[in-house]
Design a protein around this ligand. Structure first.
Ligand SMILES: NC(=O)C1=CN([C@@H]2O[C@H](COP(=O)(O)OP(=O)(O)OC[C@H]3O[C@@H](n4cnc5c(N)ncnc54)[C@H](O)[C@@H]3O)[C@@H](O)[C@H]2O)C=CC1
Length: 576
């Protein structure tokens, strides 16, 4: 037996979360009402239809409840499952005498992101340490009962599968910064943990630092500086290999947030700019930045005088620059790597620098961190290495501390994080981290090809749809920021009517997607999701999906079946 409720209070239930995955409970169901016939969903005229629909919905809810109960979940821990006081552990680098020197120096252990009072005033326990390695370290003592672990890439607490297994209460791993490769992401996903970082918090900081490293290497700056300190004066010792940046070919491997900001900053230097990425930028942005896309990494690399690495460390990028690949680079190539140390084969870099094949190597990332005293990159020639600093400027610290605080606030309230912050969510890794796994699965079973659906199959609260649609019309509804603004943060939203031979639906195109949605274009929407807007369905593709313009499809769009004109009512079905 089920009782069914409808009305205003049920309106307060969320249709779906911000990523589009359904968050409705097993007893929450959708009813659909054609808007044209029933503009007012509470009208008497709808009541009979509602009653029939609700009966059906009740049956569906019951079936869903049973199947949920029987299927079990791969997720063993739910992020927002428990309320109450939490034990939060932060692992940050120690600042010692520097801690007091700047009130905004919040990224160190002593100042603990500036959130101690805020956390403790709410009754949470906040332990902060820099002691993160070995079985007797401070972190290890708290692993069995912590709920949240906050750490930074600058002084990473390596969260291994073994630690995850021991951390029975752990729900949330927050990275204060960008890059969560210090976490065994697969183990975290399997354990149902959420991993999130403060995406965008230090991208400017890193891009600026990369530009500085490029100039330091190109101008052969460091030997001159060392001469000054050691009392020498030898212009020739520097000048024989100092160049202008103008006219050089610079290629970035990975062109996401940091890569783009770097290219943008390089443009006035008059370089030849190339980029390689899994995803090509849309042509307008490419033109604006003035960079050329290189689909084949191995074709791009030998053209470059300067190579900058800007990908995350994933299964695919680990050891990407091995002996063989480095051997194919231009002799004397300069490499800047602020991405992650393990993207390089450590010894291959040492050999390249020793032989002069690599003319200069600079970066702030190492493996492991802190780099041991005998790390060979400390002693190789032509290097301009530093500790991991580029993303931890005071400005960046304030941004990532605020981002962590916001996410903790959401966590305490049981709310979602901004979608771009998730690295692991509900057992799934963000797309750039799961590439290889997916490909292997595809090859192995031959069954993981994307499944395409038709517009009339779309339902509220669903996601993961692949569709080939034609754009019927597109209307820009929001435009903010200048296209040549400092951070490429122009925001555009267009409402587009898209469809196939079964029906049409409104697609909300954002930013770069807007340019692809010209009327009559045929586009493939990958990993699309349904958002609910005032009770009706809209289609969207977030950063974990993709919009691609493709060859013109030969179907005729069925324009008289617009799914966005159907209103859905969320009703609650309570089991007795
Ligand atoms: N040294 C430091 O202080 C910092 C370092 N970082 C590092 O920089 C990385 C990039 O940061 P963002 O630009 O903000 O990330 P992002 O996610 O905006 O960009 C990463 C780009 O790499 C591309 N990519 C991923 N795998 C690839 C592959 N196998 N081949 C080609 N392209 C691939 C993605 O498509 C994406 O465009 C971070 O993951 C982190 O490791 C980030 C911040 C601070």
């Amino acid at each position: 037996m089920h009782r069914l409720f409808k009305g205003r209070s049920q309106r307060r239930l969320r249709f779906c979360n911000r990523l589009g995955s359904p968050t409705f409970s097993r007893s929450t169901v959708f009813l659909s009402l054609p808007l044209s016939k029933f503009p007012n969903s509470t009208s008497v005229a709808t009541a009979m239809m509602m009653a029939i629909a609700m009966k059906r919905a009740a049956a569906a809810a019951a079936t869903r409840a049973i199947s949920t109960a029987n299927s079990g979940s791969i997720l063993t821990r739910h992020l927002h499952a428990s309320s109450g006081k939490k034990k939060i552990v932060g692992v940050f680098y120690k600042a010692h005498e520097y801690a007091e020197m700047n009130p905004n120096f919040v990224g160190c252990a002593e100042n603990a992101l500036g959130i101690r009072n805020w956390l403790e005033s709410q009754g949470h326990e906040y332990i902060v340490t820099d002691d993160k390695e070995g079985p007797d370290c401070e972190l290890e003592k708290h692993i069995p009962d912590l709920h949240v672990l906050i750490t930074t890439p600058f002084h990473p607490a390596y969260v291994t599968a073994e630690r995850i297994k021991k951390a029975k209460n752990l729900q949330l791993l927050l990275t204060a910064g960008i890059g969560s490769d210090h976490v065994d992401l697969k183990a975290a996903a399997a354990a149902g943990l959420t991993v999130a970082e403060v995406t965008g918090s230090n991208t400017v900081s890193v891009a600026e630092d990369e530009l500085m490293r490029i100039l330091i290497l190109v101008r052969n700056f460091l030997p001159g500086h060392h001469q000054v300190i050691s009392g020498d004066w030898n212009v020739a010792g520097i000048a024989h290999r100092a160049y202008d940046l103008e006219g050089k070919t610079v290629g970035t491997v990975g062109c996401g947030r940091i890569g783009r900001l770097l290219l943008q900053r390089l443009k006035p230097f008059g370089c030849n700019l190339l980029y390689h990425d899994r995803i090509q930028m849309d042509s307008e942005l490419e033109n604006q930045i003035g960079a050329t896309f290189e689909e084949d990494l191995d074709k791009m690399l030998p053209k470059c005088d300067i190579i900058v690495i800007n990908t995350p460390l994933t299964e695919k990028t680990k050891g990407m620059f091995d002996k063989e690949r480095i051997g194919k680079l231009k002799k004397g190539v300069l490499i800047v790597n602020n991405a992650r140390g393990a993207i390089m084969d450590t010894q291959a870099v040492v050999d390249g620098c020793n032989s002069g094949h690599i003319g200069g190597y600079s970066g702030d990332v190492w493996y492991p961190q802190p780099a041991p005293k005998d790390h060979p990159w400390r002693y190789m020639p032509n290097q301009a290495m530093t500790p991991h600093i580029s993303g931890t400027t005071i400005d960046a610290q304030l941004r990532y501390a605020a981002g962590v605080k916001d996410m903790l606030e959401n966590y305490f309230k049981g709310e979602e994080f901004p979608p771009q912050h998730y690295i692991v969510k509900e057992g799934e890794l963000a797309s750039q981290y799961r590439n290889r796994v997916k490909r292997m699965a595809e090859t192995k079973s031959g069954m993981r090809k994307p499944v395409f659906t038709k517009v009339d199959q779309l339902r509220p609260g669903t996601s993961g749809h692949n569709l080939t649609v034609k754009v019927v019309s597109s209307k820009l509804v929001l435009q903010k920021g200048r296209p040549d603004g400092p951070q490429l943060r122009q925001m555009q939203i267009a409402e587009c009517l898209v469809g196939d031979e079964t029906g049409t639906i409104v697609f909300t195109a954002r930013n770069n997607q807007v340019d692809l949605m010209n009327a009559d274009n045929t586009v493939i929407l990958r990993n699309a999701k349904i958002d609910m807007f005032k009770g009706s369905m809209r289609l969207a593709v977030d950063k974990w999906g993709r919009v691609e313009v493709t060859e013109a499809a030969n179907f005729k769009v069925k324009e008289d079946n617009n799914l966005s004109l159907v209103e859905y009512e969320l009703v609650n079905v309570v089991e007795e």
